[in-house]
Design a protein around this ligand. Structure first.
Ligand SMILES: Cc1ncc(COP(=O)(O)O)c(C=O)c1O
Length: 321
């Protein structure tokens, strides 16, 4: 019933304690989460290393999954250790060298009142081979569009959790940006400063200083973001954390998106379409090319995730250990 065209190499998934063939339907259309977005999820990657595949920062992803679940008042029916084992199993069963891994906790079938009082919490885990999130074009750098929608503000909702329903704003804005020919969207926050991408954090580089914002700016503080701040310091790059004004982005020497799915993707052009009543304006970031410092950070990051830099080995969970 379900083919795997957009899920390369996906053969099986795990749900509530059992492995299923990828094509097998397992949920009822009256599932609570399907109607109200009452789910939480993680996006995790495993990379091919010289040993066996290794999951990057699994502990941090599971901590965030449980944090997200607590925001949605879910009682997670598994321990972190059990989920770790199930994730390893899914990567193994699909015979993947590298994988994007998607654990999803959701209020399942039981009732359809807004309060999921008779809907049990279920967990499913899928994994497949997912290449460049922003396409091959990302190798050269992407053209992002600042969309008119402002990122949901941290005073309006808890933006530290990965709640399914909140991603409707990301999905719509991403579609809007692409329908106008851009590679990705950028949100400003309600204060009018740079927030984040629909599924990415943003870094800028100016005069050799690597800067990003934090959750005071209504962003999800990503695990890639915090890893990069640490890696950058270790390779001698000065870092700063604080609000990023729109003009700082336009005048940056380099800028990039980062996140588990996107990894590191240079932003080489930005179109400001944030005000529907003013004409759009296009800016080249730096010299409009994938910058040298972004390249260095990306290379180091790829060295870290693939286990080539032993000082970061405690960030890796080997699938066959
Ligand atoms: C809205 C949003 N911001 C930032 C990120 C980057 O987070 P991470 O690096 O943990 O993948 C993601 C991806 O999970 C995201 O969905």
């Amino acid at each position: 019933m379900f083919d795997n065209t957009y899920f390369p190499k996906a053969k099986k998934f795990w749900q509530s304690g059992k492995m299923y063939e990828w094509s097998q339907p397992t949920i009822h259309s009256m599932t609570h989460a399907l109607h109200y977005g009452t789910s939480v999820f993680e996006g995790i990657r495993a990379y091919k290393t010289s040993r066996d595949p290794a999951v990057f920062r699994l502990k941090e992803h599971l901590d965030r999954l449980f944090h997200s679940a607590s925001i949605l008042r879910m009682t997670v029916p598994y321990t972190k250790e059990e989920i770790t084992e199930s994730i390893k199993l899914v990567v193994k069963e699909n015979k993947l060298d590298s994988a994007y891994i998607r654990p999803l906790l959701f209020y399942s079938y039981g009732n359809l009142g807004l309060l999921p009082k008779a809907s049990p919490v279920e967990l499913s885990i899928g994994a497949w081979e997912w290449g460049a999130y922003l396409g091959e074009k990302a190798e050269k750098g992407v053209h992002a569009c600042i969309v008119p929608w402002r990122r949901i503000h941290r005073s309006q909702f808890n933006m530290t959790a990965k709640l399914g329903g909140v991603y409707v704003q990301s999905a719509i804005s991403g579609m809007e940006a692409r329908s106008k020919g851009f590679d990705e969207a950028i949100f400003l926050n309600i204060e009018g400063r740079v927030a984040e991408g629909p599924g990415e954090n943003i870094f800028i580089i100016k005069n050799g200083i690597l800067k990003t914002n934090n959750n005071a700016e209504s962003i999800l503080e990503g695990i890639t973001r915090s890893s990069l701040l640490e890696i950058a310091k270790n390779i001698g790059i000065e870092t700063a954390v604080g609000p990023i004004e729109k003009e700082e982005l336009f005048n940056a020497d380099e800028a990039f998106f980062c996140g588990t799915a996107v990894e590191i993707s240079s932003i080489v052009r930005v179109t400001d379409a944030s005000d529907p009543n003013s004409p759009e304006k296009e800016y080249s970031i730096g010299n409009g090319e994938f910058g040298a410092m972004t390249k260095k950070i990306k290379q180091t990051y790829l060295g870290v995730v693939t286990g080539n830099l032993s000082q970061y080995e405690n960030w890796l969970t080997f699938v066959f250990d």
